[in-house]
Ligand binder design. Sequence first.
Ligand code: MG
Length: 158
Amino acid sequence: MYRIGQGYDVHRLVEGRELWLCGEKIDFELGLLGHSDADVAIHALCDAILGALALGDIGKHFPDSDPRYKGIDSKKLLYHVCRLMREKGYELGNCDLTICAERPKLRPHIDTMRQTLAEVINTSVDNISVKATTTERLGFTGRMEGISAYAVALLRKS
Ligand code: MG
């Protein structure tokens, strides 16, 4: 009836890249490095959903050696993962994301992020939680070398 999954992802913060988090472009002097748009939060969410379905991970479905995924909008990856979920007969119950970033301040973006994810997943915004935290300047996120994200997702048989 129910299946649960968790996901975790990290991308490096560099100059000369756009910063995309939860499908939103955030105005900031650094961006995340990756083969796709490097939306670390969406990647963690995709892995949580794939994990709940025991369908492997995002790297298996969208290999970073595949030129089709170069620079791709991660919302498209999430959309595809949700299609797999529905093909398996499940729908999202709820999900909860935590983004670890020293800067920028993400609070002003949280509600738009939730709205964007809800639209891609085709679910109610009440089912989407996005939280942000710093790591008190500790570790690689604290030193602003990267941003990490955690996600859990509960799926329900539809
Ligand atoms: Mg990733």
